[in-house]
Design a protein around this ligand. Structure first.
Ligand code: THU
Ligand code: ZN
Length: 248
């Protein structure tokens, strides 16, 4: 049971967990997504002080976002330090039809494996209400300057998953010579959706940086009529950083 494979996975989860920021619960969660080609994407949970608990980024979402932002969509398995919650199961279902293997590696050497389909039978999906015309490929990109942050925003916009609102959105964080982007990743069940600012801040943390290092931020949205990320982005950013936000 406690093979080399378990120890390696457990070690990866411990490393991922170290990037968690959980000022509300004090509970650190780690997740590691492994692609078919063997690439590894780590995630940890992130909570925003003073904000509603529903604004938290779950470790599983952080790992999924890291993979999607790099265009990696063929996943072999997800390692987690605790069984994924219902919200995460629904979020995962957005990007995997149910075959993803989920392995829970407990502290005491216990291990359990199941497929996402087993963890979330009779799943709700966007096909329940998404028409063929909605959520098409047309993406009206806002006019952006010829700069590095804009290039990062364009790339993240292209990776944003927004078939329900039709509003692909991205946030770029800049600081200490680094640029980190996040994208909105919508869920068919709406509430488990990950917003662009929460996504970007979580990726910033997963890069091992502190929030105090952020100097400037940009929010870029395509069509903010149905869904507008600006208010939430400003609130989440202000809860952990004094950096300004430019909305484009
Ligand atoms: N959490 C996760 O990261 N994944 C789960 O599936 C369970 C819950 C986080 C969210 C919050 O930051 C803390 O654990 C307490 O729920
Ligand atoms: Zn969860």
């Amino acid at each position: 049971m406690k093979g080399e494979d378990y120890h390696h996975g457990f070690e990866l989860l411990e490393q991922a967990k170290a990037f968690s920021r959980a000022p509300v619960s004090g509970y650190q969660v780690g997740a590691v997504l492994i692609t078919v080609q063997g690439q590894i994407f780590a995630g940890a949970n992130l909570e925003f002080p003073g904000q509603p608990p529903s604004s938290a980024v779950h470790a599983e979402q952080a790992a999924v976002a890291a993979a999607l932002l790099r265009g990696q969509r063929d996943w072999r398995e997800l390692l987690v330090s605790a069984p994924p919650c219902g919200h995460c199961r629904q979020f995962l279902r957005e990007f995997d039809s149910g075959s993803l293997r989920v392995r829970v590696l407990g502290k005491d050497g216990t291990e359990s494996a199941s497929t996402l389909g087993e963890l979330l039978p009779q799943a709700f999906g966007g096909e329940a209400f998404l028409s063929d015309t909605k959520g098409g490929t047309e993406r009206p990109n806002p006019r952006l300057p010829n700069t590095d942050w804009a290039a990062a925003a364009r790339e993240a916009l292209a990776r944003s998953h927004a078939p329900y609102s039709g509003n692909p959105a991205a946030v770029v964080l800049a600081g200490d010579g680094h640029l980190v982007a996040g994208a909105s990743l919508e869920s068919a069940a709406f509430n488990p959706s990950l917003g662009p600012m929460a996504c970007a801040l979580s990726q910033w943390r997963m890069g091992g940086r502190e929030f105090g290092e952020i100097e400037h931020t940009w929010l870029v949205q395509s069509a903010p009529r149905q869904v507008n990320w600006e208010q939430q982005s400003r609130a989440l950013l202000a809860s952990i950083s004094a950096a300004p936000l430019t909305a484009v």
